[in-house]
Design a protein around this ligand. Structure first.
Ligand code: CUK
Ligand code: CUA
Length: 643
């Protein structure tokens, strides 16, 4: 009895000693590292808030526009680990996007007047919503340069569709979704004629137009239905960002504009430059559009077909009372609707204030027909003073606003000041400010543009990085800065250099809402969400010749491609279909051929095809381009083209 007690005591002492020693050891090691790397306690706290040990997952996922790359960047928060570049408007060989027949079809959907375009200027991603909150099902993004919209399905993170706007030459106010994703909004940037004919700039007021397009989204099909989509004609005021109403403003849409002057430039003729002419007036116009009313007009057949697309004209909009203008401080940029849908926050690049409009007041003025005048197109104008809840001085160059989980709290980016300001849009006062590096454009908080913002984190999407990173040449990465917004004061946590084009907007979603698949059904064409007619089962591999057309039905599974020899004649039209037979998670094979610009990414179950003319004789090795197994190098074959 006594003996065991002594042993117990000894054991306990050992544990205390060991534990104590290891803690002391860890502490001294930590101090050493801090000293060596010049870290403060504040740095350590920031590190602890972002560090994500191996195997741990992130609670939030960000979808960031990839700017001129035409792609979308996916990264985790708070780790800021980059997961993927989603191929959208631009071919991307790792994913085989633009290098197999199936994905080429998607890219061809975005042709501009018959021309195949291989880049985009992606600006604003939007997540699909159910009852005004993200549902994790779909992602949309616009291409400002060509007025196109892409649909990405989040069940496999693949771009399924690109639609070209039939009447616009550029867009900006998109994508924004209505609260149940019935429509995806796209709004013009640079006014232009709807047709594709020659027009003199002198016809600006008469022929040049803006528009807001309501792309009808079919959630079951996971596609935009162009035939069920429509647009409203807008004056050539250079519409900017937009937003869809929700809650009390559901059924309405809003867009800014920055050229109520309808200035048409011409420095070559001695006119003032665009930037001066477009900012001559003190105010521009916030457009308030009753889209549910417009929808009814479309159903009643009150539209004009332009380039085969339904357009409700300004005349109809004015006649039916479906559009209103409200002055807003000149050259505004962001227009953001509050979670309840009651407040609309507008920030002007050339004004230090944010203007908070009250939709209740706006509705009242419309009901009472309390207008201060009409614009040259007959659109009623509401009083700015009577529509405003109030204005708050925020700082220089306020651009965009995101919402917090706490009632009334918002964050606005200050481009010129290089700062984020935290303020209360209901009580109209500034609460906190943090410096960012440098020149912030958009910012994002989790679910920050929905009816249910989550708070916790904010990311500043900075345009300039200047000295923040190692010098890698004159073209600098951009800088996404993670900020902790859970406390009273904002705290800077982490810098993420962005290695693709200039991101404009980003959206951040609770990772639990994303439930992507890890494998496809066997023989799947993900671009059409159906079994490929060219799928091949094991033992059914074959080469079929019909005249000068050769069709190869191939399979890939660790560690061989079947067939291993494909012999054709010079001039044959060759189509190769490859099906990945794997069922194991992450067992992707590739398929690349020498000299024919073919590269597949064959995720488990996927079937990809490539068609080309074997126009050169010779020996062309093909091989699996993913290191899939110990015998990966042996996973190859020969395409032999006989003279
Ligand atoms: S824009 Cu780029 S910073 Cu296209 Cu939303 Cu404001
Ligand atoms: Cu299959 Cu490498």
């Amino acid at each position: 009895m006594k003996k065991t007690r002594v042993i117990w005591k000894l054991l306990l002492m050992m544990v205390v000693l060991l534990f104590g020693v290891s803690t002391v050891f860890a502490q001294s090691e930590l101090r050493k590292v801090m000293k060596e790397r010049g870290l403060t306690e504040k740095d350590l706290l920031a590190a602890a808030k972002t560090y994500t040990p191996t195997g741990k997952h992130d609670p939030y996922i960000v979808f960031s526009s990839g700017g001129q790359s035409g792609q979308i960047l996916v990264y985790g928060v708070p780790s800021m680990r980059i997961y993927k570049v989603l191929a959208v408007f631009t071919p991307e060989p790792w994913q085989g996007y633009g290098y197999d027949d199936e994905s080429k079809k998607v890219l061809e959907g975005g042709k501009v007047r018959g021309r195949y375009i291989t880049w985009g200027d992606s600006h604003h991603p939007a997540l699909s919503e159910t009852n005004g909150d993200y549902d994790g099902q779909y992602l949309f993004i616009n291409d400002k340069a060509h007025a196109r919209v892409a649909v990405i399905d989040l069940k496999d993170f693949v771009t399924k569709q690109i639609v070209k706007n039939p009447i616009m030459k550029s867009d900006h106010g998109g994508c924004f979704v209505t609260p149940n994703t019935k429509y995806v909004l796209e709004t013009t940037q640079y006014a232009a004629p709807f047709d594709n004919k020659y027009h003199s700039i002198k016809e600006y007021n008469k022929v040049f137009r803006g528009a807001m397009t309501f792309w009808r989204f079919d959630r079951k099909k996971g596609r935009i239905i162009p035939e069920k989509s429509f647009s409203v004609e807008l004056p050539p005021y250079m519409q900017d960002l937009a937003d869809a109403g929700k809650g009390i403003s559901d059924g309405w849409a809003f867009t800014n504009s920055w050229n109520s002057e309808r200035y048409t430039g011409g420095i070559e003729e001695g006119n003032p430059p665009f930037e001066a002419g477009c900012s001559a007036n003190d105010t521009d116009y916030l457009h308030v559009i009753n889209w549910k009313g417009v929808e009814k007009e479309v159903e009643a057949g009150h539209y004009k077909l332009i380039n085969g697309h339904k357009v409700v004209t300004l005349k109809t909009l004015v006649k039916k009372g479906l559009i209103y203008l409200i002055p807003e401080p000149k050259s505004p940029h962001g227009v953001d609707v509050s979670p309840s849908g009651r407040y609309i926050i507008v920030s002007g690049k050339l004004d230090t204030h944010a203007s908070v409009y009250d939709f209740k007041k706006i509705l009242n003025l419309i009901k009472k027909k309390d207008f201060i005048g009409k614009d040259p197109y007959g659109i009623p104008i509401l009083s700015m003073r009577k529509s405003l809840h109030g204005q708050v001085e925020l700082g220089l160059g306020p651009l965009h606003t995101q919402f917090d989980s706490k009632d009334g709290i918002v964050y606005t980016s200050l481009y010129v000041d290089s700062a984020v300001v935290k303020w209360d849009y209901k009580r109209l006062k500034v609460l906190d400010k943090i410096q960012v590096h440098y020149n912030i454009g958009h910012l994002v908080t989790p679910h920050g543009d929905t009816v249910h913002p989550r708070g916790h984190y904010l990311i500043a999407l900075n345009k300039l990085a200047v000295d923040r990173f190692n010098n890698i040449g004159p073209l600098h990465p951009q800088n996404h800065q993670l900020i902790d917004i859970s406390g009273k004061k904002m705290q800077m946590l982490y810098d993420l250099p962005i290695p693709i084009g200039e991101p404009h907007y980003a959206v951040m979603i609770d990772a639990k809402l994303l439930k992507p698949e890890v494998r496809y059904k066997l023989g799947w064409n993900p671009y059409e969400d159906s079994r490929s007619p060219y799928r091949t089962l094991p033992g059914r591999e074959r080469i079929v010749r019909k005249g000068n057309r050769v069709e190869v039905f191939a399979t890939a599974i660790r560690s061989h491609i079947n067939p291993e020899r494909i012999v054709v004649k010079k001039g044959d039209i060759v189509t190769i279909h490859v099906t990945n037979l794997e069922r194991a998670e992450d067992e992707t094979h590739g398929f690349g051929i020498y000299g024919y610009n073919v590269q597949f990414s064959l995720e488990p179950g996927k079937t990809s095809s490539a068609t080309f003319v074997a126009d050169k004789e010779g020996v062309f090795p093909y091989y699996c381009t993913e290191f899939c197994s110990a015998l990966h190098l042996e996973m190859f074959g020969y395409l032999i083209v006989k003279p």
